[in-house]
Write a protein that binds this ligand. Structure first.
Ligand SMILES: [Cu+2]
Length: 116
């Protein structure tokens, strides 16, 4: 009985060990953020990204009440149509720290990606 228990304990430890020792400071291979265009504007308006890590930024326009029918990221040379309720994914790797704006097609509505 005792042997069975210690066997069970070692099996549990073997299973848990890799989870406990996993390096949480390792650089992720991808970072993602989702931004909704609502009638209040872009939400979140200033999402954060880490520099040097490929970013997948998903824009979804969920209102027809604004003029934001396109999404533009001037610093990354990106301009895409933003159809209602359709996820539009843009991929790029932010290389330098800073604030990079994203705007509507007419440069009226805006938010910022904060790269740290
Ligand atoms: Cu606009």
């Amino acid at each position: 009985m005792r042997k069975t228990i210690s066997y069970a304990v070692s099996v549990i430890l073997l299973i848990l060990f890799p989870l406990v020792t996993r390096d949480t400071t390792a650089k992720p291979r991808l970072q993602s953020v989702k931004i909704q265009m609502t009638e209040r504007g872009y939400e979140p308006g200033s999402p954060r990204l880490r520099r040097g890590i490929p970013a997948r930024v998903t824009f979804v326009r969920i209102t027809d009440a604004t003029c934001a029918k396109e999404i533009v990221l001037p610093d990354f040379d990106i301009r895409r149509a933003l159809p209602l309720n359709q996820a539009v994914v843009v991929n790029f790797t932010p290389k330098k720290r800073g604030a990079y704006s994203f705007v509507c097609g007419m440069n009226m509505m805006s938010g910022q990606l904060i790269v740290q």
